[in-house]
Design a protein around this ligand. Structure first.
Ligand code: ZN
Length: 671
């Protein structure tokens, strides 16, 4: 998911949006009408599993939309795929993060997430029964571990050996919060996510594995094993449902006024669903080299014109990412465009084969591609998290930042440069430019990119490092190794690690190996330290050129050269000193503009700590531009340009306006 920037102009803009938004979102006065039973999906089954399916769930759940409560039973079949025995099974109970103000989530978020605030309609999950293989009831033995009630540890009566499988049956009741931080209800709309007890992941050295099952923290997202999900969802007959996977059965119980829909998903690591009485759907087809994907967008009718934009963006993303990295492997992709009054809490989040989007507003006129940008980002997560299932709590940059870098490529391919995100009035910007403009140099780099989510000072620092800094670092790497080479290395990484849990170390190794270059210095400085280049023009000067004047020689040959005997030639002797006070040293291009309108470039100049260029010219220097083609996107743009006269910031006037928009754009794609 994506991050937020709370700044004055953004708050102002948010108020304006509230005033002028043309797409209202309110259930008052509406009456749910009976829905047709949906026809089931008929997709050819896949030939062979893509993953070992270590954690597979069968869930039967019923939603009561009046109380916003899901009552469910689930059976997890889990295999100990490590080489050491397992004594306990820890389960995430994410909804307990919304149980009270003492939970780690509420303390670390201070009750805020993006623009939404937690209300007193708290969320909870109560596990009522836990039965193991042999039907032994162990609920009474289970205990919460960690700082709150978001991880429940189930002790096993006897250790589960390496390679052994266990079945854990649970009964639970999930009470959804009023929509907040990706899950909950608003009016009749229900986004049901992080809703079932989900087992942790075994990580570490074979033979000495440990559990990765972190308590729920505002900056930490999710991490789970691949498996199959077979989920029966019972909802009132007036509700439509969209869910992870494909619909394999649908039946109605007219007496009870409910319908039960069975979904099946293969080789996924999570399951989320939406239930709502007013949503409608449009769909289209993404055409891949060897298959097709049905892309569906669910939306409220008043958001129809945005639904069409989301659909086009989603189809384009699936086709482009499939070509760039690896083919989208599932037959369906579902996009949910939440109602306007639920979007702050529900919009902009990714689950396997299902994402929620955002960005519908009067500001998203043609040429301002906020809706497209959000959809491209969330659909991009089908690769960087859905298939390359990194540990988001430990290394958020691996999915957020790598994804955002790839979003820049996709946006360029779909909408062209230079205005792939914004092409409106005199403002043109792509995703990299927007991202760079949204940064607040240099205070926005308080932590190295490779920092665990909970170890950032706050959600903003997490967002800056995990999204923007990572994206701009990879864009800078493009400049170092070449765009085509980095794209091909990224494809190599994606294909090598698909349907596994790659770490940062795996990422660095895959990229370096494919590029065939030692990039350890770059990766270490940029990802593990606070290290980017800090480039600036230290000085620029020109003096009128002439033969050297003064006293030359000794004795009889002594000669005095004066201004009149060595007059100015009309040319200038110039000097430019460029410095790099940052820890990362890169070769950069330097362009000098002269007062007569001519320009000259020094390409791929090694700066070191500093570099002086000296040259003769018929005209004095008007300006010096470091990195004129914006290859070093990690560098603060302001000191890269210096003019001999006038306000050096003048050229950034439009940049400042872009910054304002950029922060608003980032807000809707944020964590
Ligand atoms: Zn994201």
């Amino acid at each position: 998911m994506c991050f937020e920037r709370s700044v004055g102009p953004v708050l102002l803009l948010a108020s304006l949006l509230a005033l002028f938004t043309t797409v209202a979102g309110c259930d008052r006065g509406r009456v749910p009408r009976a829905q047709r039973l949906p026809s089931v999906d008929h997709f050819a089954p896949i030939a062979a599993p893509r993953t070992p399916r270590h954690a597979s769930y069968k869930i039967s759940a019923a939603l009561d939309p009046a109380t916003h409560v899901v009552t469910a039973t689930q059976t997890l079949t889990w295999k100990n795929y490590g080489q050491s025995p397992v004594q306990t099974l820890p389960f995430h109970l994410y909804l307990n993060g919304f149980k009270n103000e003492s939970s780690l989530f509420m303390r670390s978020s201070r009750g805020r997430h993006r623009s939404s605030r937690a209300t007193e309609n708290w969320g909870t999950i109560d596990v009522l029964s836990i039965r193991l293989n042999d039907e032994t009831e162990v609920r009474a033995l289970a205990r919460y571990v960690g700082p709150d009630e978001t991880v429940l540890e189930v002790p096993l009566p006897t250790p589960l050996g390496a390679g052994e499988t266990i079945e854990i049956k649970m009964r639970f009741v999930a009470k959804l919060p009023e929509i907040f931080a990706r899950t909950g209800y608003r009016g009749d709309f229900h986004m049901v996510a992080q809703w079932f007890p989900k087992i942790g992941v075994r990580v570490g050295v074979p033979g000495a594995e440990t559990w990765a099952c972190e308590p729920f923290h505002v900056s930490a997202e999710f991490f789970a094993d691949f498996g199959t999900y077979e989920v029966d969802l019972t909802v009132p007959d007036a509700y439509v449902v969209a869910a992870t996977g494909v619909l394999v059965a649908a039946e109605r119980d007219s007496k009870r006024g409910v319908r039960t829909l069975r979904y099946r998903a293969e080789d996924v690591h999570d399951f989320a669903w939406m239930a709502d009485p007013y949503m409608v759907k449009i769909s289209g087809t993404a055409k891949l080299a060897a298959s097709t994907v049905e892309v569906r967008v669910w939306y409220r009718p008043e958001q129809h014109r945005f639904a069409k934009r989301h659909l086009a963006a989603a189809i384009g993303t699936v086709e482009t990412m499939s070509e760039l990295f690896l083919p989208y492997p599932w037959p369906v992709l579902t996009i949910i465009d939440p109602p306007m009054d639920a979007v702050d809490g529900a919009g902009g989040m990714e689950y396997p084969t299902l994402v929620t989007t955002a960005g519908d507003s009067v500001y998203s006129r043609p040429g301002i591609r906020i809706p497209e940008m959000v959809t491209v980002h969330e659909v991009g997560h089908q690769w960087f998290q859905g298939m390359l299932a990194s540990n988001e709590a430990a290394e958020a940059w691996l999915d957020e930042g790598v994804n955002q870098w790839s979003n820049g490529v996709v946006m360029e391919r779909l909408y062209g440069q230079p205005g792939s995100v914004m092409d409106w009035m005199d403002l043109q910007a792509g995703l990299y430019e927007v991202t760079r403009a949204s940064l607040d140099y240099p205070s926005s780099i308080p932590s190295p990119i490779a920092t665990a989510a909970h170890a950032f000072v706050d959600n903003e620092a997490y967002g800056t490092a995990s999204y923007q800094q990572t994206m701009l670092a990879l864009r800078t790497l493009e400049g170092v190794v070449g765009k085509a080479k980095l794209l091909s290395a990224m494809k190599h990484y994606a294909q090598t690690w698909a349907f596994r849990h790659p770490t940062g170390r795996d990422f660095f190794a895959a990229i370096s190996e494919h590029v065939g270059q030692d990039l350890s210095g770059f990766f270490h400085s940029v990802f593990h330290q606070l290290g980017g280049p800090e480039l600036s023009v230290r000085s620029m000067s020109c003096r009128a050129a002439h033969e050297p004047r003064g006293i030359f020689g000794d004795g009889a040959s002594r000669k005095v050269v004066t201004e009149s005997s060595a007059p100015a030639t009309g040319a200038y002797q110039c000097s430019v000193i460029v410095q790099n006070t940052g820890p990362l040293q890169l070769a950069v291009d330097i362009e000098v503009g002269f007062e007569d309108g001519t320009r000259e470039r020094w390409n791929e100049t090694q700066i070191g700590a500093w570099k002086e260029l000296t040259f003769a010219r018929s005209s004095p220097i008007a300006e010096v531009v470091i990195d004129p083609d914006d290859k070093v996107m990690m560098a603060d743009p302001l000191p890269l340009r210096r003019r001999s006269l006038g306000d050096p910031r003048a050229s950034y006037r439009s940049g400042a306006r872009l910054g304002f928009w950029a922060q608003e754009l980032m807000r809707v794609v944020g964590p």
